[in-house]
Design a protein around this ligand. Structure first.
Ligand SMILES: Cc1ncc(COP(=O)(O)O)c(C=O)c1O
Length: 452
């Protein structure tokens, strides 16, 4: 395989994106507003989106499977979201009160119907803020000093959890006792020392680590499906629930990706297991910035301003745009639309149809590609055997997937190289057919260029 020739082909078709990126790079650090947005030789620049489609600066059209990192479960510019935005302008006349307003209560009740464990909740502006706040609540509630997170799990870009997300295996310790590896330059040592790393889906190892540090660990945070697509073993989730309860640790499900996507009630409904706290984000904002922390009243109430006149006895949480009417109106419209009978199921059915189509094409071309996922998210991997945690992913032929990504972009399908695929309500039969045709052409070219 020659990755550089695939990249040269990518560049040749995107000359406007190339020169735009050069100019952006002279003003915006690295040319991107988020490191995950960069890929070689330069990320394309988009000028427009509609439904399930993206259009780049050079006029190339793509079926979009990035969907703003999974947040657009209704696709781009859905009519119910547009109407809700117009209505909120009309009714409330502002994008932000910075104060309480009725939509906050309406949205809270709607979320609580799907997430019955939310005895109380708070809105934030992002998933990052939601996990940060959930962890602060948990440490205040337990009075302990350390948190535990799983190797390979992402919880947003704050210091306490920007640890062992994609560690180099030669720095990461043994599979049963993973070591904390910084994911970024500039993480203070404090966080590496106070973040304990657990191996996902390895119950004996988790039980041993958690039990041995029970005095210090106040919170266990996880993506119940790693990176949104690698499922926890159901027994593992139940064991974790039982043990954290027994050891006095707050169990936090980070459902920023899986919320509303694995099922409308998230992975907690899928597994029938209720964490103490949950972080939501992405879909719940209907395409606008949002995060939610919900869960047990006794924990959430730690942030109630009326709890104590002493500042040091109240968990601080604030944010200028928390619960702003625009994000709530868009999110509310999205949730209500998805709650209509059969709506969510039909997106799941189309996801399964697409996955089946990709897998049968892979088989007919004898290309070692498969899909892994649940609900409306999946990933496309070049891997054989069981995939149950970060270490297993080292068997994935990333170079093959990357080659496939350039070919798919060439044929009008975009997920961003090496990223998951998220589906939306806007991905109908036409988009599925266009995607499968793109996979067919890409597999044929893959076969011809990659020595499998
Ligand atoms: C599981 C998970 N948690 C937290 C976050 C952070 O959310 P945000 O990007 O809104 O800060 C993400 C973002 O991808 C995520 O996937």
């Amino acid at each position: 395989m020659n990755l550089s020739s695939l990249q040269a082909q990518y560049s040749a078709k995107r000359t406007k994106s190339a020169s735009f990126f050069k100019e952006a790079d002279s003003v915006i650090a690295g040319g991107v507003n988020g490191n995950l947005r960069f890929f070689q030789p330069f990320p394309m620049t988009f000028q427009k989106a509609y439904g399930a489609w993206l259009v780049d600066l050079d006029g190339n059209h793509y079926v979009d499977y990035l969907l703003s990192y999974g947040s657009l479960l209704l696709g781009h510019g859905h009519s119910v979201v547009r109407q809700a935005l117009e209505q909120v302008w009309e009714d409330q006349g502002t994008s932000s009160f910075g104060a309480t307003h009725p939509l906050e209560l309406e949205m809270s009740k709607e979320i609580k119907e799907l997430y019955p464990g939310f005895e109380r909740l708070r809105f934030t502006n992002s998933g990052l803020e939601a996990t940060l706040f959930a962890l602060r609540l948990a440490l205040a509630f337990t009075g302990k000093t350390h948190i535990a997170k799983f190797e390979g799990h992402y919880h947003g870009s704050h210091d306490h959890v920007l640890v062992s997300v994609n560690p180099e295996l030669n720095q990461a310790g043994s599979p049963e006792t993973p070591q904390a590896v910084p994911e970024s330059y500039g993480i203070p040592d404090y966080y590496l020392q106070h973040t304990i790393i657990l191996p996902f889906n390895d119950w004996p190892a988790c039980e041993r680590i958690l039990t041995s540090m029970k005095e210090r660990i106040g919170a266990v945070i996880l993506e119940p499906m790693q990176a949104g697509y690698i499922a926890a073993d159901p027994r593992f989730v139940v064991n974790l629930r039982d043990l954290t309860e027994k050891l006095g640790m707050v169990l936090i499900f980070d459902e920023v990706k899986t919320g509303f996507r694995v099922s409308l009630g998230g992975a907690q409904a899928f597994y029938g297991v209720q964490p103490d706290l949950t972080a939501l984000g992405k879909v719940v904002g209907g395409g606008f910035p949002i995060g939610v922390v919900g869960g047990k009243q006794e924990i959430l109430d730690m942030c109630s301003p009326g709890r104590s006149p002493k500042r040091e006895e109240v968990v601080f949480h604030s944010g200028t745009f928390n619960g702003n009417p625009v994000s709530l109106a868009a999110g509310l419209a999205t949730i209500r639309y998805l709650k209509q009978p059969g709506k969510f199921e039909s997106i799941v059915n189309r996801t399964n149809e697409l996955r089946k189509g990709i897998e049968s094409l892979a088989q007919s071309f004898e290309v070692p590609i498969r899909t892994i996922g649940a609900g409306t998210i999946f990933n496309v991997l070049a891997i054989e055997g069981d995939v149950s945690n970060y270490r297993d992913l080292s068997r994935n032929r990333k170079d093959w997937r990357l080659a496939l990504d350039y070919l798919l972009m060439d044929n009008g399908v975009y997920s961003k190289p090496l990223n998951r695929f998220s589906m939306s309500d806007a991905h109908g039969p036409k988009e599925i057919q266009a995607t499968l045709e793109a996979f067919e052409k890409s597999f044929a070219a893959f076969k011809a260029t990659v020595h499998v």
